[in-house]
Design a protein around this ligand. Structure first.
Ligand code: ADP
Ligand code: ADP
Length: 234
């Protein structure tokens, strides 16, 4: 069974007298262990789609299941539990600037009520995983963009999620740093078996690490398949 499955998923926003069709009858599935990329121009509906996967937005129509659960049916408490299996990273990292790297990474562990000694141990383990050994007491403002995203990745993985959602995770980074961060994501996918769904407006990100791709335009998936297949079309 697929880890993520969308059947005719639609999301409409009602704004004043206007209806915005952000996601329009989208169908796709993501299998466990895959790196699935969604690519499209700004306004195509990618962020809305990602927020639907995390239960941050409700679908207007269609059926969306993640990790064997139909999100629309979850109650608030179940939704919080559901989100523990999902990590998320962002274009602008969303770190807390007044807290150290270690404190940022421990935040989700605190929320999950992991005991203090275990939190430290896990955070050190995560620092090592993302290649930031020894930087735990630094503040985000002292780090480069690539290092900040490594902290974001460590924080997202803190509670051992099955799925990592990446929202334009390399769009604020220079090309070399982008490659390094993508390499880290690939390693996390291979070594930890974390399924990754990423959205991006950059084709080279898709080529570099994705197994499957869906191309999005005006809320619709206009093409999808294995990366090699989709890109070999004339
Ligand atoms: P992308 O991530 O591909 O840039 P978005 O999902 O952000 O696309 O946006 C898709 C469309 O939905 C856009 O027209 C955007 O203005 C609209 N939209 C997104 N979020 C909201 C919202 N909360 N309220 C109203 N319209 C929204
Ligand atoms: P980079 O240059 O690596 O992209 P920035 O330092 O520009 O990272 O910060 C990324 C985001 O964090 C931006 O949205 C910025 O507004 C915000 N930011 C930067 N410094 C602070 C700060 N001291 N407090 C709160 N937010 C900040």
């Amino acid at each position: 069974m697929s880890l993520i499955s969308l059947k005719k998923v639609t999301k409409r926003f009602e704004v004043k007298n206007d209806t915005i069709l952000a996601v329009d009858q989208v169908d796709f599935t993501v299998e466990e262990g895959e790196i699935f990329g969604i690519v499209g121009y700004s306004g195509a509906g990618k962020s809305t789609l990602l927020r639907l996967l995390n239960g941050l937005e409700e679908t207007t129509e269609g059926r969306l299941t993640v990790n064997q659960q139909e999100i629309a049916h979850l109650k608030a408490k179940e939704l919080r539990q559901f989100r523990k299996d999902i990590g998320m990273i962002f274009q602008h990292f969303n770190l807390l600037w007044s807290r150290t790297v270690l404190e940022n990474i421990m935040l989700p562990l605190e929320l999950a009520k992991v005991p203090a000694d275990k939190r430290c141990e896990r955070a050190e383990e995560l620092l090592h995983l993302v290649g930031l050994d020894g930087r735990g007491s630094a503040y985000p403002g002292q780090l480069s963009g690539g290092q900040k995203q490594r902290v974001g990745i460590a924080r997202a993985l803190a509670n051992h999620p099955k799925i990592l959602l990446c929202d334009e995770a390399t769009s604020a980074l220079d090309p070399q740093t982008t490659d390094e961060v993508l390499q880290l994501l690939k390693q996390i996918n291979q070594d930890l078996g974390v399924t990754i769904v990423l959205i991006t407006h950059e084709m080279h990100v898709i080529r570099k690490i994705c197994h499957k791709v869906a191309v999005m335009e005006e809320g619709k998936i206009v093409e999808q398949g294995n990366v090699m297949e989709v890109f070999s079309h004339p």
